[in-house]
Write a protein that binds this ligand. Structure first.
Ligand code: G
Ligand code: G
Ligand code: MN
Ligand code: NA
Length: 253
């Protein structure tokens, strides 16, 4: 309850921050995108993981104002990057299922695109597959989003309520293979088969694949051998604050 009370005040107290983790194109080993990840630093509770507070935000409805803040902050940051002379970068933003189904979500994105110089193809929305997903409703929202020109990614793929049949009927650009499959990809035969099967399936459906949680060169090798499009993980970089990411971008350009 302490957490919930503090979470209610966190936006006003300016306690949130976004960090960014590079996503590399595995055919060139260069940064293709970054994923925006929220961080919360509270004066009495210290830093609280989103793994802990996002579910509370979802239950209490606080995810709506917090999600708004994430969107506005990521758009502002993209605008700064667009005006700074770096090669164009794109940002992947995590969207809670509740935020995704909220009336007005599409309008909000449309409005942010109008107010800023952010181009729609600089945006990817990461949606986590879930049991509560109403596929027909999701389909409609996703088609509206695609009309705006943004990219859609299915996050934590393989961990949730995967129904392979919906992949075919939804306008999805990327699947993100969950890090639990990547972790033992070079030591566990089953995890390796599952990852390769996901890659093969996605390729045949014309969907790109991003592997999460790459920590070793051995894991990277297997993924590259099977033509995984993109990857992110501690092998390349952990999520970092803007200033640190800017240094990485400068080295790359
Ligand atoms: O950054 P980290 O790996 O600790 O994230 C833990 C979990 O929190 C992940 O499932 C991630 O998707 C989620 N998460 C991180 N940032 C955001 C955010 O801005 N919005 C939502 N909805 N989830 C986030
Ligand atoms: O659910 P989602 O994929 O959005 O979660 C992203 C989370 O994964 C972030 O909290 C990030 O800190 C974490 N993460 C990113 N790369 C790695 C990695 O290489 N290893 C581990 N263990 N976690 C990672
Ligand atoms: Mn994600
Ligand atoms: Na997620």
């Amino acid at each position: 309850l302490k957490i919930e009370n503090e979470l209610r005040k966190a936006l006003d107290k300016n306690e949130f921050n976004l960090v960014y983790q590079p996503i590399l194109d595995l055919s060139t080993n260069r940064i293709a995108d970054v994923e925006a990840l929220i961080r919360w630093e509270n004066d009495t509770l210290g830093s609280i993981s989103p793994m802990h507070f996002i579910p509370i935000a979802e239950e209490t409805g606080l995810i709506i104002p917090i999600g708004d803040w994430v969107l506005r902050t990521a758009f502002k940051q993209l605008e700064l990057w667009n005006n700074s002379g770096y090669p164009p970068i794109s940002v992947a933003i995590n969207i809670s299922i509740r935020q995704f189904y909220q009336a007005g979500f599409i309008n909000q994105i449309q409005q942010l695109l109008q107010e800023t110089n952010v181009q729609p193809d600089q945006l990817t929305f990461e949606i986590t597959e879930s049991m509560t997903m109403d596929i027909e409703a999701a389909k409609e929202i996703l088609y509206h989003l695609k009309k705006l020109g943004v990219n859609i990614s299915i996050d934590d793929f393989g961990t949730g309520y995967s129904s392979l049949s919906y992949l075919k009927s939804l306008p999805i650009d990327y699947l993100k293979i969950d890090k639990s499959f990547i972790n033992d990809i070079n030591t566990n035969k089953d995890d390796k088969s599952i990852a390769i099967t996901m890659l093969t399936m996605a390729q045949s459906l014309g969907i790109n694949v991003i592997a999460e949680g790459i920590e070793t060169n051995e894991q990277l090798g297997i993924l590259q051998q099977h033509l995984c499009n993109k990857g992110q993980g501690f092998l390349f970089s952990k999520p970092v604050p803007v200033e640190e990411l800017n240094k990485i971008l400068e080295m790359e350009s």
